[in-house]
Design a protein around this ligand. Structure first.
Ligand SMILES: [Zn+2]
Length: 94
């Protein structure tokens, strides 16, 4: 999930230690701790996790994660819990 083979990735939010903890938990790798070189690939995020426009109203060249974004798309996620997640997201959007 964080090998250099992946194209495009996001460094851990080191300026926000609480988020680093959350990211580490959701990635669920036993006995693994992120380093400053660790990257979470963009495939673990979806469009709702990104800031779509900059403050000047133009589209940013590089997608920027929202300050609250947490990686949530993993291929080991059981189908049932993924469906639950989607349902919850839809609920939030309403
Ligand atoms: Zn990955």
């Amino acid at each position: 999930m964080s090998t250099p083979v992946h194209r495009g990735g996001h460094a851990f939010p080191w300026s926000q230690k609480d988020r680093v903890k959350i990211w580490t938990v959701v990635i669920r790798r036993d006995f693994w701790k992120p380093t400053i070189h660790s990257v979470v690939c963009s495939t673990h995020f979806d469009s709702s996790d990104y800031v779509c426009e900059t403050s000047s109203g133009t589209k940013p060249l590089q997608k920027k994660l929202k300050p609250t974004a947490v990686p949530h798309i993993f291929n080991w996620t059981p189908a049932e819990s993924l469906a639950t997640l989607k349902r919850r997201k839809r609920h939030i959007q309403r």
